[in-house]
Ligand binder design. Sequence first.
Ligand SMILES: [Zn+2]
Length: 385
Amino acid sequence: MRPIRPGDRGPAVTEIRTVLTGLDLLPPSTGDEFDGATERAVRAFQQSRGLSIDGRVGAETWRALDAARWRLGARTLYHAVPEPLTGEDVRSLQERLLEMGYDVGHADAIYGIRTSRAVAQFQREVGLKPDGSCGPHTMGALRRLGRKVVGGRPQWLRESDAIRQSGPTLVGRTVVIDPGHGGTDPGVVVPDGPLRWTEADLVHDLASRLEGRLAAAGVRVQLTRGPAPQTCLPDADRAQLANSLGADVFISLHTDEHANPEADGVATYHYGTDNGVTSTTGERLAGLVQREIVARTGLRDCRTHAKAWDLLRLTRMPAVRVEVGYLTSPRDRGRLVDPRFRDRVVEAIVAAVQRMYFPVERDVPTGSIDVSELRAVVAAGAVVD
Ligand SMILES: [Zn+2]
């Protein structure tokens, strides 16, 4: 085709001007003339795309302009063979994925195999079918989740993919369990008739039970403190301990308190800040722990929450803090002092840790994992699958 050049008029020029206006290279105006402003815009466009800069629209520049008209979300993107899809929407998608920590190479506006793989990774991450194509559902998830990780720690997303790829087995994982308080700090204390329940004692009991269950499933378990330590370890030191052990998962156990005895229920916390930065894996683990506990114990669902506490911020693995009921609530306390109830809490946490390692597409309904089976599988020497 003959290049469209300065001085030309007609519908093709109008189209070129429309695309350039859409790219913010040309002020909005009507007209079908290839004027000086159009030429400057074409040159700027050519420069931005690494094309030879001649201010004319030949075949190559025309193809690039044609690709540039696509706005992200206007069409479904997929890995087409042998002629890959190209366009500004592909570039926007790639930039978005890069921002979120996915490996798309560089944003070259070509929907190649690397982009397709990155999209599939993202889809697995958010629980969509990982087909590597970007349609309305994937776009929706990108819009919803994008903000969470921009400016955050993109390795979180890679980290969670590494977790999935490491397979579903619990054997050989390291879990650090952190019974809160201890030593000079008993945590919440509730005198109850002749008895005196302390948070430190209750959560240490929970931690020991959890240790037993996880160890039976083949997990290496480490507690951050014994039943009666001399001093109370600061949260930053507890996080440091988990880091130095190379823990795969960190679970801190607490009970809550409130002046109003009516306040009750379970809440789980993961790392996150007010401006929406969040640990994706931590958030997922928190969601699983919370849902399993609610389903298996009937404690009131006080939801999951993002916090920037030392314990959650300084740990380098998925970390959660669970507030298992209010010791100040007669209802919750009555349940917590029952060892059978504490066993149910522990089973819920074991089920959550197991589900964390299931691929999303093979995840199971809340409350459905029989944790005693994990032990049988380990005993049989098989890999949990
Ligand atoms: Zn506490």
